[in-house]
Design a protein around this ligand. Structure first.
Ligand SMILES: [Zn+2]
Length: 165
């Protein structure tokens, strides 16, 4: 599985025992006590990153989950303007989060997004769904695409990898 986010480890002299991880600027930032050994660091970082990943994992795991989600977002965010035909996970999206074939309304979502929070996946889905009725990135396009709940936060999350399809 491809790693979603880079990990940055910061040794802090102020810390004595606790390890803390959070997502900052598209990276997982882990703060550990300065005195930890390399082996302790590896173990502690591995554990906390896994915990963070589990907490942030998207709840859509199959193609039919994605399709169902797309139908729901079309209704709740896009006033049912999008054409929802086929939505599926793909593993060959080199550098892109999603893509849409406008003529057939086929949407493909990079399986790297299986490990992101739901609001990030939703933002990418709404982006591609919007393309089924507005092909380019015009002002009108963004008016619709940015209706996604937490749109700005999702963009921040994906910023380091920002090549929208
Ligand atoms: Zn686009």
């Amino acid at each position: 599985m491809q790693e979603m986010l880079d990990i940055e480890v910061i040794r802090s002299a102020k810390r004595t025992k606790t390890v803390q991880a959070r997502i900052v600027d598209g990276k997982i930032q882990v703060r550990i006590p300065a005195r930890m050994s390399k082996a302790e660091e590896e173990k502690a970082v591995g554990e906390i990153v896994e915990k963070l990943r589990r907490r942030n994992r998207s709840s859509a795991s199959s193609d039919s989950d994605l399709l169902e989600r797309a139908h729901r977002l079309n209704k709740s965010v896009l006033d049912s303007k999008a054409r929802v035909e086929s939505v599926r996970w793909v593993s060959n999206q080199t550098g892109r989060w999603g893509s849409c074939t406008v003529a057939t309304a086929e949407i493909r979502i990079s399986d790297r997004l299986r490990n992101v929070p739901d609001y990030v996946l939703d933002a990418v889905l709404v982006h591609e769904l919007t393309h089924t009725f507005i092909p380019g990135h015009s002002a009108e396009f963004w008016e619709w695409a940015d209706k996604t709940p937490l749109a700005e936060r999702a963009k921040g999350y994906l910023e380091a990898y920002q090549r929208w399809g």
